[in-house]
Design a protein around this ligand. Sequence first.
Ligand SMILES: NC(=O)c1ccc[n+]([C@@H]2O[C@H](COP(=O)([O-])OP(=O)(O)OC[C@H]3O[C@@H](n4cnc5c(N)ncnc54)[C@H](O)[C@@H]3O)[C@@H](O)[C@H]2O)c1
Ligand SMILES: [Zn+2]
Length: 358
Amino acid sequence: MSTTVTVGLGSRSYPIRVGGWPEVEFLALLKGRRGLIVTDSTVGPLYGARCEATLREAGASVVRATVPAGESSKSMQQAMALYGSALDAGLDRKSFILALGGGMVGDLAGFVAATYLRGVEFLQVPTTLLAMVDSSVGGKTAVNLPQGKNLVGVFHQPSRVVADLSTLATLPAREYASGLAEVVKYGVIKDARLFEVLDASADKVVARDAGLLESIVATCCEIKAGVVARDERETGERAILNFGHTLGHAIEKLTEYSGWFHGEAVSVGMVFAARLSSEVRGFPAADAVRVERLLERLSLPVRPPAGLGWRAVRQAMTADKKTEQGIPRFVLSDRMGSVSYGCVVDEAAAQRVFDAMV
Ligand SMILES: NC(=O)c1ccc[n+]([C@@H]2O[C@H](COP(=O)([O-])OP(=O)(O)OC[C@H]3O[C@@H](n4cnc5c(N)ncnc54)[C@H](O)[C@@H]3O)[C@@H](O)[C@H]2O)c1
Ligand SMILES: [Zn+2]
């Protein structure tokens, strides 16, 4: 069983295949071509050999490059090393680069694919839930600088995405839960039905039920694909994907990107955004409670880290790159499945909501 979602970007449109490992035909476009598989030290030993075997069966000749697992590999230094691997492997303009791993590998390999020889074909095989529903869809690539995350990057859409749900079996529980935060986000921002499904089947979701996951992941990809197709370069609507992220990014920053996973920070940010939405947008208070309860049932935190005060949070939110003129912007909801972006709120209201969460 599998579901195919298309990201509609005219001549750059591409399919995302959600389900099991695909038939060789799905990769037939790679026949007779050279490729570099980029993976990390955790994912490579688990899924590298199978990926290589399928690509060879599809008629490609491939070499594997492995970077250490962890966010610190999303760097210029690793990108440089990968350019070297691509040259050593004899990759030319007709060659391709395939990312096998989570969002870290996807962003790094995508950046190398976008820039090596001014851009070669890129494929993604996401192996974390976050990468399947978020980072592998939409064409954003990046590396981090010592000064901050994702400061250097470029848009470069893949030509194929393969989300093989069986790879989630080996994903650690916290990584899985972190991905679920983004899944809940899609329900709140665009799809009340998705939220209902998650709410009604949270136990099955936690148990990683394969059939349910296929429809959930495909729905999330469809939602993100729709947003990206309408606003590829984030000049408008794409900002709705930042629901829960204004506070989430501040929490990540204030905890120095250690200790808290992205999805965990976003979970707290979504509770804040939902409560703030009730306060200033008429989002039903009962639905804000449902959002919070669901996140809890998915093993996600719903309270800010201990000791974090409003002043520090306010300052971190103001320094975020999504800020305009020093005023934090929020994505807020008026009803389940519908949001507005770029919302400015009265600081006293934001502080009241935050203080009530501590
Ligand atoms: N490009 C975008 O639009 C976009 C969107 C969201 C996030 N991101 C980026 O994605 C990155 C985070 O992605 P992530 O959460 O997938 O982190 P990650 O890629 O670091 O993976 C998390 C951990 O899980 C391990 N892992 C991956 N797949 C596994 C599997 N199937 N079984 C066992 N272990 C596995 C990895 O080795 C790693 O240790 C960040 O760099 C973030 O900036 C990009
Ligand atoms: Zn996110």
